[in-house]
Design a protein around this ligand. Structure first.
Ligand SMILES: [Zn+2]
Ligand SMILES: [Zn+2]
Length: 228
């Protein structure tokens, strides 16, 4: 039997990743802002029903999914986005520099061709602009930081809850490809910005959860060293 959602800290869950949903899914995180639900990434698209099932198993209502924030435009992160938007009216947010590949259904920039699939042209509800921003949910703040490198419009998100800082750092490990618009020098700066956040918990894009603080730091530094 597959493992179901994992609670990381009160109200923050890992609901999708290969050993929870399907092998081609990047990690999917769910944040419960007292009834208002926010998703970070959406898997590769084939596990939509499993993701919804995992939300229900947590005793939460998928109809309360108000925002889906996409950390970049790759199919393993954006696959179920059109399905959440259609079924639950979930608003899709992505950095403006990664938005056009989704709007046009570009199978190279979304890496859909790597996964032997396609991505339909999909409307974006809110394009994140600039270097950073704050999204307010109730009394809490979910902050995002533009962390280009893997793709031009990659973002990382972080939130303080329960005395801990949780960083949704995503595809820290790359890979870097010309077809993705990757840029290694920008990535190095982005990794320094993530280190400066001094997070207690890292929700990585494919490998799940790292904690405490020194493991988060070691994880990011290891990839930086590999690129020297
Ligand atoms: Zn990925
Ligand atoms: Zn990626």
């Amino acid at each position: 039997m597959r493992i179901k959602a994992e609670e990381i800290i009160s109200g923050i869950y890992l609901i999708g990743v290969p050993n929870i949903t399907l092998p081609d899914d990047a990690a999917v995180y769910l944040i419960d802002f007292t009834g208002v639900l926010v998703l970070i990434d959406s898997g590769a698209g084939r596990s939509f029903n499993q993701l919804v099932g995992n939300i229900e198993l947590l005793g939460l209502n998928p109809s309360s999914l108000s925002h889906l924030i996409l950390t970049h435009n790759h199919i393993d992160h954006i696959g179920s986005a059109p399905l959440f938007r259609k079924k639950y009216g979930t608003k899709i947010l992505i950095h403006e520099l990664d938005a056009d590949a989704m709007e046009s259904g570009d199978s190279i920039r979304t890496a859909a061709n790597w996964y032997d699939t396609t991505f339909p042209p999909t409307q974006i509800d809110q394009k994140l602009k600039g270097a950073y921003g704050i999204l307010k949910f109730g009394t809490e703040e979910l902050r995002w930081l533009h962390t280009p490198g893997h793709t031009p419009g990659s973002i990382s998100l972080y939130l303080n809850r329960g005395g801990k800082r949780i960083l949704f750092g995503r595809d820290i490990h790359g890979p870097f490809h010309k077809a993705f618009g990757s840029y290694i020098e920008a990535w190095k700066k982005s990794m320094q910005a993530l280190l400066a956040l001094d997070a207690d918990i890292l929700g990585e894009g494919h490998f799940g959860i790292y904690q405490p603080k020194d493991r988060v730091r070691d994880y990011i530094e290891r990839y930086l060293e590999e690129c020297e």
